[in-house]
Design a protein around this ligand. Structure first.
Ligand SMILES: CC(C)=CCC/C(C)=C/CC/C(C)=C/COP(=O)(O)OP(=O)(O)O
Ligand SMILES: [Mg+2]
Ligand SMILES: [Mg+2]
Ligand SMILES: [Mg+2]
Length: 326
């Protein structure tokens, strides 16, 4: 990211809004003590809806990463139902994900334009469907090709719904929002986030045996690379995608002065994402503990030993039956 034109910046209201968002989230007691400690290491930078959305993402990710496809399907359906019915109370005894999603969305829509609401529901539903696909791959032990991995991971990374906090106050009609050039730009950004996440989280994922959905594992498998070769291949791909994004900016068509202004703000939000993500990778503690900034400079990461499969969340008491409910 050294030559990415959008520099690191922090929202001035970040501390205040993050505290409010965290207080709301913790009130659910969604995690075991160990999971909450791991979770507290995450550090997000967006205003309230953005913060709440990141919290929602990570609870969905943590709960679904360790379950079989039929269980993930049920969880996903609960979340889809809650987002489509934010004013309807959730049934007693339902997994907590429904109530978290409902409250998040009920608050978010108060300040979201109708077009941004529509785009969020579309994008988040596609994300949730890809989480079920990921669980099916996990159940079958299958490893995808680079091409088929990118196809599902572009939704699974959660990037599209994560662009929506930049769009909440904007009115961008579908003809502009889903114009092929805008879609292309949004997927270039998703691809940059995928490569950055898969590199940063590779160590954690290989150690816990959840690395089949990781571009490094896939490149090693498909091209017969070693880990370092896969890393270099992924870095080259990252450079090519950055160039494609910068070139694509020159092809954005005009939709008239009002839409163009909104679109420019939205694209600015897209362009900031890979920078935010890469900073967060090293500063949040999720992937490198307290050594993030050091590793960002040295680029040396000692590989963690593989842990036994059942030592993950399930062991910590987070199996479906043990998961918190409302
Ligand atoms: C969790 C999620 C979908 C967040 C969406 C928001 C977003 C784009 C966050 C930054 C990158 C990230 C953590 C992606 C999830 O990949 P992963 O499931 O491999 O996350 P992990 O490497 O932290 O486990
Ligand atoms: Mg995931
Ligand atoms: Mg994960
Ligand atoms: Mg990852």
């Amino acid at each position: 990211m050294a030559d990415w034109p959008w520099p690191r910046a922090i929202n001035p209201l970040y501390e205040e809004v993050k505290a409010e968002s965290d207080a709301w989230f913790k009130s659910f007691k969604p995690f075991t003590r160990e999971s909450q400690l791991a979770f507290d290491k995450c550090d997000f930078e967006h205003l309230r809806t953005g913060c709440d959305l990141m919290n929602l993402f990570f609870v969905v990710d943590e709960y679904t990463d360790v379950e079989s496809a039929p269980v993930v399907r049920e969880m996903v359906d609960v979340v889809i139902d809650a987002l489509n019915n934010p004013h309807t109370p959730r049934p007693q005894g339902e997994i907590l994900l429904g109530e978290i999603a409902r409250q998040f969305w009920k608050r978010a829509i108060k300040t979201a334009t109708p077009t941004s609401q529509k785009h969020f529901i579309e994008a988040f539903t596609d994300y949730l469907e890809s989480v079920v696909e990921q669980a099916l791959d996990r159940d079958n032990g299958s490893i995808r090709t680079v091409e088929s991995y990118f196809k599902t991971r572009r939704e699974n990374i959660g990037a599209r719904p994560s662009y929506v906090p930049a769009e909440l106050g904007l009115h961008i009609p579908d003809e502009a929002f889903y114009h092929p050039v805008i879609t292309e730009l949004s997927y270039y950004i998703a691809d940059l986030i995928i490569i950055d996440n898969d590199i940063a989280s590779y160590n954690k994922e290989q150690a816990t045996g959840d690395d089949r959905h990781n571009i490094l594992t896939i490149a090693m498998h498909q091209f017969g690379f070693g880990l370092q070769e896969a890393m270099e291949w992924a870095t080259k791909l990252h450079t090519e995608i950055k160039t494609k994004f910068l070139d694509g900016l020159k092809r954005v068509p005009s939709f008239g002065p009002t839409v163009d202004k909104s679109l420019e703000e939205y694209i600015q939000g897209l362009a900031l994402w890979p920078r935010c993500n890469v900073c967060w990778n090293f500063e949040s503690g999720r992937y490198f503990g307290s050594k993030g900034l050091e590793i960002q400079k040295s680029r040396h990461v000692p590989l963690l030993p593989k842990v036994a499969k059942d030592l993950g969340l399930r062991r910590a008491g987070c199996s479906t039956t043990g998961l918190p409910v409302i």
